[in-house]
Design a protein. Sequence first.
Length: 95
Amino acid sequence: MMVKPENLLKIRLAGRKQVLFLPHAVQQMKLPDRDIRVDDVINAINHGQIIEDYPHDSRGPCSLLLGPDRLSEPIHVLWRGSGGLPRYLNCLSAF
């Protein structure tokens, strides 16, 4: 699957405005073996890469990003924007 570079730019721009953490994401982040913090997710936005795009997801386009946490350990973050040029990001999951 082809990953569009402009999608990463959209994610980073929207992530600078606002990130909404959905309940599933918060549950996954709080698992004892994960302990993913908000600043880990923000760091992954700023320094990560999209590894999968899901443009035809039934609930709307989303992307899987791989980036470093605060300790430079890799984390995956699943995102959905708020539209064409997102005003904010929905964090669907982090692991």
